[in-house]
Ligand binder design. Structure first.
Ligand SMILES: [Zn+2]
Length: 176
């Protein structure tokens, strides 16, 4: 029997000039017989509006990660939550292959939790965090409210696609 290589990495990429805030399936990986789904939690219009400040993004990382890993419905499926380097959104990796529409209520709840958050930022202490002074709860709450409002007003789940590009050496380019 011939070995067939499964091509998991799609031959297309996101057209970042047309992406709008929303929730998108960024990639699907298999680990043995299991799936891991990476979601693009896009909070900003790339290259059009100001990005999330690094301090606010760091606070978003701590508060949403703590929320997701304590959520009774989803905590056992959360693999990873963290910021995009471009500061226009975050990545969420979960076990299995849920749709963006299935993740949507979780994201609305998580970002509403962030927008109402009061008190100490969880894990913002030298023993827990590599840069515990790099936080901004006020701006994190502002960004949380903006994204929750955007999700509730006009959720977007379908990526605008373009052909994947290669660099001068013929290597396929990825941003994550
Ligand atoms: Zn930290």
């Amino acid at each position: 029997m011939s070995e067939k290589k499964i091509e998991l990495i799609p031959s297309f990429q996101v057209d970042h000039t047309r992406i709008v805030p929303g929730i998108y399936e960024s990639r699907l990986d298999t680990l043995g017989s299991e799936f891991a789904t990476t979601f693009d939690i896009r909070m900003k219009y790339p290259n059009i509006e100001p990005v999330i400040h690094p301090n606010a993004m760091h606070t978003i990382e701590h508060i949403i990660a703590t929320y997701l890993r304590n959520d009774d419905e989803w905590k056992d499926r959360i693999i990873y939550w963290g910021p995009m380097g471009c500061l226009t959104g975050c990545y969420l990796i979960v076990k299995g292959h849920p749709t963006p529409q299935e993740v949507y209520p979780l994201m609305v709840r998580a970002f509403e939790h962030l927008s109402d958050y009061e008190g100490e930022v969880p894990g913002a202490a030298p023993i827990n965090c590599g840069n515990y002074l790099l936080h901004d709860l006020t701006m994190a709450r502002y960004e949380g409210k903006m994204y929750a409002d955007r999700l509730k007003a006009a959720p977007s789940f379908d990526y605008p696609m373009a052909e994947r590009v290669q660099d001068e050496e013929g290597r396929t380019v990825f941003d994550s």
